[in-house]
Design a protein around this ligand. Sequence first.
Ligand SMILES: NC(=O)c1ccc[n+]([C@@H]2O[C@H](COP(=O)([O-])OP(=O)(O)OC[C@H]3O[C@@H](n4cnc5c(N)ncnc54)[C@H](OP(=O)(O)O)[C@@H]3O)[C@@H](O)[C@H]2O)c1
Length: 314
Amino acid sequence: MYDRYGACDVLRIEDVPIPLPAAGQVRVKIAATSANLSDWESLRGSPAYARIGGLRRPARRTLGSDIAGVVDEVGPGVTRFRRGDEVYGDNLALKGGFAEYALAPVSALADKPAGLTFAEASTIPQAGAIALQGIRTAVAGSRVLINGAGGGSGSFAIQLSAQLGAHVTGVDNAAKQEFMRTMGAHDVIDFGRVDFTRTAPPYDLILDLVARRSVFAYRRALAAGGRYRCVGGSVGTLLRVLTAGSVVGRLSGRSMGVLAVKQGPAHFEALADLCVAGRVKIHIDRVFALDEVSAALAHVGEGRALGKVVVAVT
Ligand SMILES: NC(=O)c1ccc[n+]([C@@H]2O[C@H](COP(=O)([O-])OP(=O)(O)OC[C@H]3O[C@@H](n4cnc5c(N)ncnc54)[C@H](OP(=O)(O)O)[C@@H]3O)[C@@H](O)[C@H]2O)c1
């Protein structure tokens, strides 16, 4: 739990009453919760969008949105799930997954496929929704670049776009170059050494997980008719992409914008199916215990994680 934004030392372990589900909610006995960059951002309160709903103090005192576990109580009016159902989903609105029990709205959850472990299932909802929507326009022969490709969403996005027949370039730090290749990237770029917006030829689709450049740099990296979409990064960059970027894109025959990722099972279950079928690999870099949440978040936030990181609760 935490009461103020800050570094890992603001987190503490606390015993609290087991919560009761309200109407439309279920209580999930958590088996595993994956750590996302959004958890790290919510811990630190930075970038500023991480403070939406809680400008001065965190709105949710327990982090952890990508949950997997067993329904152990249902709230009034809930018929979609019963006690004992194995579920998973992105509980972004309520969070609370780094705990033994979490409340979640029914709309956030799906039945966990029998072919996935709880740990595997917990890696899919948020990163999967970003990856599926981010590479939606990739087609055979197109040139796709994924910036920040060595993390959770990126490792799925590389595989999905390569399977569609695109030529995939992954950008991340030096330690993640080989990993991106094992996920299926045809080319890899170390952002510490090469600025991808200055390398030719340009790209048909850029999915940017960590946007920090000018709209003119992104425009330069796009082929005619190309599309740039960012999902995270500095607030200044996101605002500039939303405003100047859409104008610059339109005037130059390109499309530039921020991807507002749609949430819910309809937006991640397709990836789970591919994982069950063995067509997409889930790479879990490390599994941490519940009393190691700080270390799990730091592993993601400080750029050491290859693919996904999971906190195993039970
Ligand atoms: N738009 C929406 O609706 C929506 C919804 C959910 C989440 N998000 C956001 O999406 C973002 C991405 O989340 P994620 O879970 O995919 O993150 P992730 O798995 O941590 O991946 C980000 C990757 O980017 C790398 N990176 C950091 N700085 C970089 C740079 N300058 N150039 C290239 N790569 C860099 C990171 O490694 P190093 O740190 O080692 O460099 C990491 O491998 C988050 O900001 C999250 O808040 C947006």
